[in-house]
Design a protein around this ligand. Sequence first.
Ligand code: NAP
Length: 270
Amino acid sequence: MESGLNGEHVLITGASGGIGQATAKLFDKEGCSLSLHYNKNQEQISQFSKELNGDYCLLQADLSSEEQTKELIQDSTNTFGRIDHLVVNHGIWPEQYIPAHEMTLDQWDQTLTINLRAAFICSRQFLLNLLAFPKETASIVYIGSTAGIFGEAGHVDYSVSKSGLQGLMLSLKNEIIRIASRGRVNIVAPGWTITPMAEKSLEDHEAVRKALQTMPLRKIARPIDIARTVVFLSSDKLAGHISGQIITVAGGMEGRKLFEPDEIDINSIL
Ligand SMILES: NC(=O)c1ccc[n+]([C@@H]2O[C@H](COP(=O)([O-])OP(=O)(O)OC[C@H]3O[C@@H](n4cnc5c(N)ncnc54)[C@H](OP(=O)(O)O)[C@@H]3O)[C@@H](O)[C@H]2O)c1
């Protein structure tokens, strides 16, 4: 199926990471011009970008800063013109299991700042860009998480940052059409995906087994699984009537397994 994305300009945040790279490669195959954002990992993104065939530029920014985000959008526009599609993919997942009653406010603030506040900043800078370059179509895709849908014990900061994206999406889908009349906003919500972010957790096979018990497909996603869904949702031709939706890419996950069978005392319940 033709995506119709050929010649369009896509800005991907966190393109130096696992899902970002896979997404960049797929948009590259569709013939898009790419603004690829990274924060600290210049080495990684420089290496990976050599595999791309089309036009791209590499742009550094700490997205918790609105000034740096503004510059990012400006540099991106100076290079390839109007940004047609924004993929808000960057994010952090503090690895350690920390229950809410022990979590420092510094951790809470940092996760919310990078994952949610920066998503808001990127989005409004993108909308300002659309205002400056009128055209009917445009799209935003946020990378959410199953943690934002089912919650995640020990990671309430991350879970809230990802469920917060839903409010952003639902509000902006109704705002973007005042600027670009066929503009659309959606979320792709991955479950565990093999990238540097999840690498360490995936070494814990018991935890993986536990997660797979609520997933009929019993697999861990590859970045390409997420990337395909992002490209689909960005395409006006393929997904032109889809806005305000969360597409979960997690093998049919139904939730979190909370207890082992021996943790439930059946006699005291019945
Ligand atoms: N992997 C999973 O299992 C999984 C599951 C559900 C959702 N997700 C979501 O998928 C998205 C991509 O994750 P991934 O697995 O590809 O992770 P990753 O490989 O760790 O990549 C994370 C990206 O975020 C960027 N980043 C981190 N802090 C930043 C900051 N302050 N400002 C700007 N950029 C920053 C990193 O940039 P540098 O490396 O250049 O510093 C990197 O490009 C994230 O939003 C994540 O929450 C992942």
